[in-house]
Design a protein. Structure first.
Length: 673
């Protein structure tokens, strides 16, 4: 990771806006009869209680990303003041206690009584009421990265200690809060002559985020520095207690980058070999206005990548503004190719241009629309037009101004296109050859990649589980082979019976590597063979039969480390925004006693089987490499000794199994009957 990439590495996106809760809470009547559903069953939450009950609806969860979301919301409010032209300086201070303070020299939140709420300060309304703020129309802010009044109150609800100070009209006002509730009225502290703006000091509530959760100094430092790059008109001042400072985090630092994204890009590609020397950068429109865009793009031999933002809020999943960027650069380079009579450029795609492209893109639009609750992807259609219009002429002029650079870029992009087409042709040939050589079973849902490296096949029990697995899989790298019923116990079967078994034939055909002395490791079509059965006794029996098959018929496959067991959960436990999965009853009881103890009702769902599990849960818990748990099957003892044990337990002599049960009965501590 480059230095500048590290600046943005963990910056969270803005908080999603939740549905508006009702304000009133009637007295709870006696519980209606069991099985009934009436008005008495409807609970109406007051004030900020919905945020504390379901923090995941507002900040995406209670993990480290959600914790740092709180800081993002507060600093985004100050950035909105700066972008609107009312603040020039933002200060951030992190204390060893975990308190963080954000101060700006903007206009300061309004403190006078609100016209719709006589006798209540507007400051208190903003901090304690969802959907109260000045960002619903363009009167106060033309563009904003905050949550239209949701962010400040959400941070307040999820903080056990919060103090807001407002310096306005040469007077200092203050109000303290805890867990969303004011500890007293807004107080007038006194007169201040050389101060204005808002100061927010808060501490995340350990009841929500856990007693050991803490704000990372390194992460807050990077987030603070990133904001300075995204808007050159503001100065960011960072400080932290000496005990938090280190090699990566100074005790004090000041960030001000008038060059904006171009300065960032220079740091990002430092030390990398450039395809073209000059950085293509520029801006159009006014950041505080409507429809502004800034960009910085470089082509190097590094990994590249696009980092995009909307109203200074990161959009890691891209969106319509990135579509405009890709469209403008592809059209511009193709137009230049036509002018220079380069016919080979006709096959260019955006993929070819962005293969080694490092791009920074920042747009400012009024009332942006995002995909989903996490706001990681921009959906505003106007963003495509804004970016396309801004970059189209600028890129044409940049190419025309330096023919040597333009020629290098065009030749490099054409090489990428030819390489892409060559890879596609080779893949088609390899796949066609493999299909001709191997008659694949009809129930196999194969992956799209041809190389065995990185490919996986999940062997599952039944068509129902197979259907869920097919929806949950990554089609590029994960194949699914459903087996109907329990396979043959090969330890007690004759060779003729084994050869006639259709389920075993399907597995052998899908893997493509042969069995016993005809086993060919180079022909194995998958890197991982994963047995995925239900988390119950029947599932364990099927897994035992499959392991026995591989041990007897493909022992080298186990020796080479290709065989794994998936670990699907038996239970799903949820409470508020917190979710956990339990492997079995013992694990469930452990989680209830530790992770969910004393915090209210826990909803427990028992999965009847893989086929009954929602595919999203199956993907998260059992199939996604980042979140699943796999057990690798290995022969840890002497192979001959292991074979004796397998024959004893799985062979044709029932008396041998009975002897084993008698010998080991004393070690059994828990029977799930």
């Amino acid at each position: 990771m480059s230095q500048a990439e590290d600046l943005f590495a963990d910056e969270p996106a803005s908080t999603p806006a939740p549905a508006k809760p009702q304000a009133a809470k009637p007295a709870r009547a006696p519980q209606a009869a069991s099985g009934s559903y009436s008005a008495h069953d409807i609970e109406v939450l007051e004030g900020l209680e919905p945020v504390r009950r379901r923090p995941g609806m507002y900040i995406g969860g209670t993990d480290a990303n959600a914790l740092h979301h709180l800081f993002a919301e507060v600093i985004d409010n100050s950035m909105d003041e700066a972008i609107a032209g009312h603040a020039s300086r933002i200060e951030v201070h992190l204390e060893a206690s975990g308190h963080v303070t954000v101060t700006d020299n903007g206009r300061g939140m309004p403190v006078e009584n609100h016209p719709k709420f006589p006798g209540r300060s507007t400051l208190e309304i903003i901090m304690t009421t969802l959907h109260a703020g000045g960002k619903f129309d363009s009167k106060a802010y033309e563009t904003s990265g905050g949550l239209h009044g949701v962010g400040a109150s959400v941070v307040n609800a999820l903080s056990d200690d919060m103090v807001v100070e407002v310096a306005r009209d040469q007077t200092l006002y203050r109000q303290a809060y805890s867990r969303g509730k004011p500890l007293g009225p807004v107080e007038t502290v006194g007169r201040v002559n050389n101060r204005r703006g808002t100061t927010t000091r808060f501490h995340p509530d350990p009841e929500i985020f856990g007693p050991h959760a803490h704000l990372s100094a390194a992460r807050l430092f990077r987030m603070t520095r990133a904001k300075a790059y995204l808007f050159g008109g503001v100065e960011l001042r960072w400080s932290c207690d000496e005990s938090l400072a280190g090699e990566e985090v100074p005790a004090k630092a000041t960030f001000h980058y008038p060059g904006g994204l171009k300065d960032f890009m220079g740091a990002r590609i430092e030390g990398e070999t450039r395809i073209v020397e000059e950085i293509f950068s520029g801006s159009a429109g006014r950041p505080g206005g409507h429809g502004a865009v800034e960009w910085a793009i470089a082509w190097t031999l590094g990994d590249g990548g696009i980092s995009s933002y909307c109203n200074t809020v990161p959009t890691p999943d891209g969106g319509t503004h990135e579509t405009g960027l890709r469209t403008a650069l592809l059209r511009g380079l193709k137009n230049y190719a036509e002018l220079t009579k380069n016919k080979a450029a006709a096959v260019l795609t955006a993929e070819d241009i962005f293969a080694g492209c490092s791009a920074m893109l920042s747009v400012f639009v009024r009332e942006p629309e995002f995909v989903g609750q996490t706001k990681d992807k921009l959906a505003s259609g106007e963003a495509t037009r804004i970016v396309d219009n801004a970059l189209r002429d600028a890129f044409d002029h940049w190419l025309a101004a330096s023919p040597n650079q333009a020629g290098k870029l065009l030749d490099w992009a054409v090489d990428r296109a030819e390489e892409r087409l060559r890879r596609r042709k080779e893949k088609e040939i390899d796949r066609a050859s493999a299909t001709r050589k191997l008659r694949l079973p009809g129930k196999l849902a194969d992956c799209t990649q041809t190389a065995a490296q990185g490919a996986e096949i999940f062997i599952v029990e039944g068509d129902s589980a197979g259907g869920s697995a097919k929806q949950a899989r990554n089609r590029a790298t994960q194949a699914v082979l459903p087996l109907r019923g329990k396979i043959l116990n090969v330890a007690g079967a004759s060779r003729d019976k084994l050869a006639a078994n259709q389920l075993i034939a399907d597995m052998i055909q899908a893997l493509g590597c042969g069995t016993r002395e005809r086993y060919r490791g180079d022909d194995l079509r998958y890197d991982k063979i994963i047995i995925m059965t239900d988390a119950d006794v029947d599932g364990a029996h099927i897994a035992s039969l499959l392991i026995t098959f591989f041990f007897q018929e493909m022992p080298k496959l186990i020796d080479e480390g290709h065989l794994y067991l998936a670990m699907p959960p038996l239970y799903r436990l949820s409470q508020g925004g917190k979710t956990a999965y339990a492997r079995d009853d013992a694990h469930k009881d452990e989680l209830l006693a530790t992770e969910f103890s004393g915090k209210g009702k826990v909803d427990i769902t028992r999965f009847k089987g893989l086929g009954e599990m929602p595919f999203a849960h199956l993907r998260e818990t059992t199939m996604a490499p980042a979140t699943r748990t796999l057990l690798q099957v290995k022969v840890v003892d002497d192979r001959d000794e292991t074979k004796i044990t397998v024959d004893r337990l799985m062979g044709t002599r029932p008396e041998a199994r009975f002897e084993f049960i008698q010998e080991n009965a004393a070690f059994v501590t828990d029977l799930d009957i």
